[in-house]
Design a protein. Structure first.
Length: 180
């Protein structure tokens, strides 16, 4: 059964099938939250909050919607609400190969390279970090990201381009600090 078929059943009142969607998406959503918050407990709580909202707002799901995109819209709202309630600032508004020239394979191994990229991602402003996470880790296409973030596809491309530029800057700075 597809995700969309399961969600239609949930919408019709068969909430017991939500467990199947939970099993399919709990790791993906947790991964999204852990990369944003770097806090395991908070990420688990936020993941649970997504599925609580799915139940609460199940009637807002339209039969022609993509479940994954809809869940990420909810996840984004959960994240925003959490940070807003904590009065923390939140800003809403590539591929690894594109960074290859910044990484020197003869000097460090792949795992270390990825650690540097992960660290640099944490230094990006939230909107840049989020768009790269959706693209790289969640493997969403530009159209899906646009739908999730409720922006145009061309805006997605611009944000990804800018985010990669910022990431390059952070990685270059980090590389320079290590050479000193």
């Amino acid at each position: 059964m597809t995700d969309e078929q399961l969600m239609i059943l949930v919408k019709k009142g068969q909430v017991e099938v939500l467990g199947q969607l939970y099993e399919r998406y709990k790791r993906v959503l947790y991964s999204y939250f852990i990369r944003i918050t770097t806090d395991q407990q908070l990420s688990q709580d936020l993941t649970q909050n997504v599925f609580e909202r799915v139940l609460r707002y199940k009637q807002s799901f339209k039969d022609d919607m993509n479940v994954k995109n809809w869940l990420f819209q909810i996840a984004r709202n959960v994240r925003t609400d959490h940070f807003r309630s904590k009065k923390l600032p939140i800003d809403d508004g590539i591929e690894i190969q594109a960074l290859a020239h910044l990484i020197q394979p003869d000097k460090i191994d792949y795992q270390e390279q990825m650690s540097k990229v992960e660290y640099a991602l944490q230094l990006l402003k939230p909107s840049y970090k989020e768009i790269l996470l959706l693209s790289w880790y969640e493997k969403l296409g530009y159209q899906d990201i646009a739908e999730t973030l409720e922006i145009s596809e061309s805006n997605v491309k611009v944000r990804i381009h800018r985010a990669i530029g910022q990431l390059r800057t952070k990685l270059k700075k980090k590389s320079y600090e290590h050479q000193s």
